[in-house]
Design a protein around this ligand. Sequence first.
Ligand code: AMP
Length: 308
Amino acid sequence: MSILVVGSVALDRIETPFGVAENALGGAATYFAAAASLFHPVQLVGVIGDDFPEDRLAFLSERGVDLGGLERAKGPSFFWSGRYHYDLNTRDTLETRLGVFADFKPKIPPQFRDSEWVFLANIDPELQLEVLEQVEAPRFVACDTMNYWIEGKRDALLQLLPRLDALLVNDSEARELSGEYNLFQAARWIREKGPRIVVIKKGEHGALLFTRDSAFFAPGFPLEEVFDPTGAGDSFAGGFMGWLGYVGAVNEEELRRAMIYGSATGSLVCERFGMERLVDVEVDEVHERVRAFRRLTAFDHPVQALHG
Ligand code: AMP
């Protein structure tokens, strides 16, 4: 059963200390779909304008992404432009032009409505609620959001939380949503509002998983060359959900593996500008990165040797 994703499909302009990419293929749903489809079939719902070079999405179809829910509307596509600081951890949004995304009302095609796995990428929480109204009986619903909605649409977001199995946010969003500085407290606050699983992403410093029973930490993969972190969060979510869809199970063990697959996929994206790395990446490269994670973090515990 496929993974349904609803969110932005965009044209980006990205500035990093290493250069500028104009008209880069972007959007949260695009990154998610490119990453998740390495593991499991994906159905995408979004909107593009009449200026969008559709052939740029061909690699998604070839990889098993069903674009049957991608609307084409009259007007300009969603455009986002950002500039990264020297450390690549912080970025300024220079411009967001909603274009056809301003009037986007997600319509889930009938053939997508029985989806078991749903990822609500970062859009207005009122629209995220509307998506859930159209899906028949989802087994696992995960969601992303951002400060803009936490500040502007808090009530809708609080209404959405009980409908979620998992919320994936970054550390500043978790703090702003909960009003708690400590991430354990923030995750507890969020879990009490509904989602039984909370993933808090910390950029290159990894991500934390909180469930009823435990906390788990997935490091960010240390890269020798980082060009552009755009889309790393959405690709993390894609690797995470893709893995869960592939194994068809949500339990403590698979959630931990999903965290590592999310981190591995998110790190690959940073090696080139925009989506370039995801276009022809092979799933074996992700598996190899997961093996590299083990080598990087495995160690023998001397206590047993010393004390029996
Ligand atoms: P990330 O780096 O994971 O936050 O993802 C960046 C991607 O999200 C870019 O490709 C943008 O096109 C897209 N994006 C940026 N701002 C928004 C927004 N307000 N709503 C939806 N998508 C956005």
